[in-house]
Design a binder for this molecule. Structure first.
Ligand code: MSP
Length: 513
């Protein structure tokens, strides 16, 4: 089995400042990347910015800037967001880079060579903000203006000479591929939508534009720019140095294990991208996961509704672990989900401060006071000690399988359940009551609970990385040494060194905060 794992986020349009939807796609991908590293996979995690297209050109003009300079600036804010979100990305690709340019040209040439591209005339409804064409039945009248039914954005009638990709020729091959690879598109509800769309029969796709200038020109016909979705999707292989297919990076990591994207861009990833790759005679990614929308108080976030929750403001006020945990706990991955500040505060207080945070602090303070600040060791575990540890260990195959199928919420629920159980175990076992008369029993309880804190911390590490790193380092475990295997290993606790300084992990949020 290959121990390489390649995961990607969408590359973001640097047309405005990063918002919660961007943060969500990235955090989700980061959690899976970190989990795979815990399983000792060699992970490549890619994110970046999607910089070509009319939308960016218009935005740059509005700001009186040259598009490249405009992109340099905003791409930088996305790059710094990766730090703010605590992403563990290994690379950050920009579609204005040379490595990307040459990949796109190669893909184009391959599609020409395979006979999949022809020149014709295009006419249809086009939305600048969605950068997408719509059929007549996909637009509607709105106070005398045409808008896209799915996105609500205005569309305009466009007629121009265009290169076309013979998407129609790939309908049957794609349907066969979906059938053979039932988990290629997840969640299943989204797969069904895609299959239905393809079953209707695919139309050829216009893949060049002539009405603006910010993009990669078509080889041998500079009047045309390569359609920015063909350009953008190629980022997933240009980051692997494609077209050098013999290089190690490409060989190790293509096909990608998973593209994490929002449901709004599923068609591009689950239909167009595989068709381009088939035509270019390249292997297809193993999975495309389309997550749902983050809503604010049940509504789509928008400036006019004044319900935008800014990830950076929230992180500054409450902390990054808090936001990461809340987003993936609250919103069921794959479905739309509503978030609110009130629920965020409750979640911080109940799950993080009162549960995991409080458990670690109580246990470590007790050991500091009563055990010379060293973890007591014991081999005399009773049934309730063993049950606590075994329940978690026995659930590992299930937890791994949940992460392999991106059932993130079930995973979190299970792990947080272990943290509640551990709190209860600590209360019920009352080490303070046996301290005097049965110190051996006290040692067994403390050994068990610290072992369980270590296990829970490893399992929560992909989500609340900063806090769990702190806890692990308090018990002298360095983060580089952690892996899922260490959960099965009882012997990594250190009873020679003192427990490190006990820091507050999560501050409780008072009502007026
Ligand atoms: N540039 C394209 C992606 C190209 S990938 C080859 C793009 N960029 S985007 O900046 O508009 O959006 C990036 C991601 O943010 C998408 O996955 C989109 O679904 C996600 N989100 C934007 N708003 C969102 C929410 N409110 N909720 C959840 N995610 C949403 O599309």
């Amino acid at each position: 089995m290959s121990k390489n794992f390649y995961i990607t986020t969408p590359i973001y349009y640097p047309s405005g400042k990063p918002h919660m939807g961007h943060a969500y796609s990235s955090i989700v991908a980061d959690i899976f990347a970190r989990f795979k590293r815990l399983q000792n996979y060699n992970v490549l995690f890619l994110t970046g910015t999607d910089e070509h297209g009319q939308k960016i050109q218009k935005e740059a003009k509005k700001n009186n800037k040259d598009p490249k300079i405009f992109c340099d600036e905003i791409s930088e804010t996305f790059r710094s967001l990766t730090k703010i979100l605590n992403l563990s990305n290994d690379d950050f690709i920009r579609t204005t880079e040379k490595r990307h340019h040459q990949s796109v040209i190669e893909i184009w040439n391959r599609l020409v060579d395979s006979g999949d591209i022809y020149l014709d005339k295009y006419s249809g409804w086009y939305s600048v903000s969605d950068e997408a064409f719509y059929d007549e039945d996909e637009v509607e009248d709105n106070s005398g203006k045409k808008i896209s039914i799915s996105s609500g954005s205005p569309v305009e009638w466009v007629e121009e000479e265009s290169y076309f990709f013979k998407l129609s020729a790939w309908t049957v091959k794609l349907l066969e591929f979906y059938k053979k690879n039932p988990n290629f598109i997840l969640p299943t509800s989204r797969k069904n939508e895609v299959v239905k769309f393809v079953e209707k029969g695919l139309k050829d796709l216009s893949i060049s534009r002539t009405f603006f200038t910010w993009g990669i020109p078509v080889p041998k016909n500079k009047k045309h720019l390569i359609y920015f979705w063909l350009d953008a999707l190629t980022n997933y292989i240009s980051a692997l140095n494609f077209p050098e297919v013999e290089n190690k990076k490409y060989k190790d990591f293509w096909p990608a294990d998973i593209h994490i994207i929002g449901k709004d861009i599923l068609r591009f990833h689950a239909v167009f991208w595989p068709a381009f790759l088939l035509a270019a005679k390249l292997p297809l990614p193993k999975r495309v996961f389309g997550h749902g929308w983050i809503l604010s108080d049940d509504k789509k976030m928008s400036k006019s509704l004044g319900n935008i929750l800014d990830p950076i403001e929230i992180i500054e006020k409450y902390g990054i672990d808090q936001l990461r945990y809340y987003l993936v706990k609250e919103v069921s991955l794959g479905n739309d989900g509503s978030i609110s500040l009130d629920n965020l505060k409750n979640c911080i207080n109940n799950d993080l401060a009162n549960n995991y945070g409080n458990l670690c602090q109580r246990v470590f303070s007790f050991i500091k006071k009563n055990c010379n600040n060293r973890i007591p060791f014991s081999s005399k575990l009773n049934d309730s000690d063993k049950k606590l540890l075994n329940d978690l260990k026995n659930s590992l195959p299930n937890l791994i399988s949940l992460m392999n199928t991106q059932e993130l919420n079930e995973y979190i629920k299970t792990v947080v359940g272990f943290s509640f159980d551990a709190n209860k175990y600590f209360n019920d076992s009352e080490p303070w009551a046996v301290k005097k008369n049965d110190p051996e029993r006290m040692n067994a309880i403390l050994f068990t609970i610290v072992e369980q804190i270590k296990n829970i911390s490893i399992l929560l590490n992909p989500i609340i990385t900063n806090a769990t790193n702190k806890v692990l380092s308090m018990i002298n475990i360095t983060t580089e040494n952690i892996s899922i295997d260490k959960i099965k290993d009882n012997n990594i606790l250190n009873n020679k060194k003192e427990i490190g300084n006990i820091e507050i992990l999560f501050t409780k949020i008072e009502d007026d905060n």
